[in-house]
Design a protein. Structure first.
Length: 243
């Protein structure tokens, strides 16, 4: 069964950086497991973080604007065509790590038959992987326009400032109905030591689950970051790392 992780939050909070580093963490600790990265942010920032200039997207397939690598096979049903087309836009990031980008998402109430076929095809695609990591827009609503997918762990990434944490409460409220049987937590990112006590207390007052914090990345080396992420990961609703 696929374990699903969605990173949400305000633009500039660092969710893409954390999505990338959690990918490294999972790949390191589960080397035989497969990972699908879904870039659901309109800026395609996750793709950029891997040095990938994504031109081919799910929207391109659905809108008929995608240029395929090979000729389109004849005799396929619409469902078979969409599944084949999605394979054509998957990008291999590394061994056992693939990526696919959505870009613009059609509203769920769109009457065109291809909307449901696309959602079904994406569900089938995700189910082939051990982990699926979503780099999302502001909240989970935009992801849910793309696909109905059980979310095991929804992570709101926020800075330690009062206004940012208050916004996280709004993001949690608008996202919780999409985290079906999973967990919704907060990571305090780019945290300064002096800001942590008040930020932690505010999360508690807002009844937001505090997964942990990441120090200001300017002051943290890669090994320390991975160690911190391993501690945070241990608090998540995901397969645990064996020691």
């Amino acid at each position: 069964m696929t374990s699903t992780i969605a990173f949400i939050g305000k633009s500039g909070s660092g969710k893409t950086t954390l999505a990338k580093n959690f990918t490294k963490l999972i790949s390191k600790n589960f080397p035989d497991k497969t990972i699908l990265l879904i870039d659901n942010d309109l800026t395609l920032e996750l793709s950029d973080s891997f040095g990938i200039k994504t031109r081919n997207t799910i929207y391109g397939v659905k809108s008929g604007k995608h240029e395929y690598k090979t000729g389109i096979p004849e005799g396929m049903s619409k469902q078979e065509y969409i599944e084949w087309a999605l394979e054509d836009i998957i990008i291999e990031v590394d061994e056992n790590i693939d990526m696919i980008a959505s870009w613009f998402v059609t509203p769920k109430d769109c009457m065109c038959p291809s909307t449901k076929l696309m959602r079904d095809s994406l569900t089938k695609l995700i189910s082939r992987y051990d982990f699926a990591i979503f780099d999302c827009e502001y909240d989970l609503k935009y992801l849910n326009l793309l696909i109905d997918c059980k979310i095991d762990e929804a992570i709101i990434v926020t800075k330690c400032k009062k206004e940012a944490i208050a916004l996280s409460a709004k993001i949690a409220e608008s996202s919780k109905k999409y985290v079906y049987d999973g967990q919704l937590g907060v990571i305090l990112n780019k945290a300064k030591k002096d800001d942590l006590p008040k930020a932690t207390e505010l999360l508690k007052n807002l009844e937001l689950y505090n997964l942990g914090h990441i120090e200001n990345q300017e002051n943290i080396d890669s090994d320390k970051l991975i160690n911190t992420l391993e501690i945070i990961y241990s608090r998540m609703n995901l397969p645990q790392i064996e020691r």
